[in-house]
Design a protein. Sequence first.
Lengths: 207, 379
Amino acid sequence: MADQNYITASCKIENGLVEKDGRNLFTHAGDVGSLLLAAYQHFRLSYPKFHKMDRLSKLGWLATEVLLMDSFEQGKYEPEDISVILANASSSLDDDLKYYDSVAEAASPSLFVYTLPNIVIGEICIRNHFKGEQAFFIQGNFQSEFIQQQAAYLLANNCTKCCVCGWVDILGEEYKCVLFLVEKIKKGNAALFSAVNMDEIFNSTAK
Amino acid sequence: MTKQTNKNVFIVADNVYSPVGNTTAANFARLKENVTGVKKHFDSAMSPLPFYASLFDAEASFSSDGPYTKFEQLLIRSIDDALKQSVIDAGDPNTILIISTTKGNISLLETEKHSPAFRERIALSTSAKIVADHFGFRQVPIIISNACISGVLAILTGMRLLRAGVYENAVITGADVISKFILSGFQSFQALSPDVCRPFDEAHDGLNLGEGAGTVVLSVDKKYAGSLKVKGGSVGNDANHISGPSRTGQELAGAIMKSLDDANIGAGDIGFISAHGTGTVYNDEMEAKALLIAGLENVPLNSLKGYYGHTLGAAGLIETIISAESLRKGLILGTPGFVNAPELYPVNVGASHKSFDAVNFLKTASGFGGCNAAVIIGK
């Protein structure tokens, strides 16, 4: 029997709300572009590269900032022992459409580089100096059981000691990001890392 | 710590469907004769300038008005040939389909109106369902889109699911189709060679793109004992730059060394290396540094990009399958385009084919987003 793993933090960005561990931290009434910028400013983040990112990377990067804020003792882990496993439905289509519009005039390399869904993992890894396992999966809907199994395998087989996993999806004005910080230690009232608990957080509405 | 590595994961069947040939055997036979798929193309619909790439010609007869896109037809043809060689049943609930691609049906952007129905049609999960239904797979397919390591990551994902006992068999397939979208992007990055690519050569000046598909069928069933095995692998991130590789190669080296541990072998047990070897200065230099750090600088190495171009989400599969055939036949293929290594490169690149006897080979891959992956296949 493998050691138990726990969800030591979660973050959700959806419907103009930014939540952490089920608590609403920020509300914004506006389109998704203005939400991402307003949340960046609200949390007093300072990372000039943010403004160059596509919206998928902004969404995933921002959620990771909130996820790790005040919750994560990164010093306990080597960079190689922290992994990132993400999934979505729309791949990078949100940026693909913008890139393809640029092709008619002059193809933009700064848009082209974001036409891969895993670039958001790269942005998160660069910011946080994570060098461990990574994977980006495409799924019609969030498959908690699969993501849980993938992360649990890595944790059980010493491929990783800590994992940021979840869902980051954006296309036009539709977006949703739910991230989980998974560690082998039980902190406070951390929930067991299970598909059921992931689904509960994924589907919950903010208090 | 419960290590789930006691299960052997066997390679049961495979296929390479490329401009070079339609089966693994046909591809290997042509590569032995130094046939390459990379040619000069003049196609004003794709590019105002001529370009070198490995593309299917009109004789490959992809239907443009049927229910399946070219991307889906490629996957179907490749899976079909691989499944025919095995007795593995797609309809068995213990069999999982894993699909690897970077851009899937992205060429539809160039021809279709961008309606909601189009957005549904272009989604990778739609293609996956279409392909799964064609063969009667019962489980929802897994789709991996992780830049140029997608193919290697798909093999590792299959290996891990089988080791963990989630499934008994995995059909792992991957494809990418080269269209104006992809070509214009690599042109905008100035990543394409104006000629045939020259991986690891002192005159290397960029990559060629290529299209194709590859499929490998894995099983933990002991009746396949004696077949080649997927022995181990690892993935990592540079945490350095989204479009340029690590300056040191330390992170790819880390993935290689973790792969050796996972396979429970040492650097001295690797008989040859199938490198990513795209032919860009940045990639080749980083890989050479990584192999030196991992203690593999003297091990014979090749890059198959001169035969296939960079087949993106299919590359890790196609190159692993061809290298597995090398292991079976005792013939390491040469590296088209390679003549002289740059002065400071410590790696042992082979220009021409060479007979050899080895037990294991290492396949590496690296991609945008700073990702690196390695897998070890052996007897």
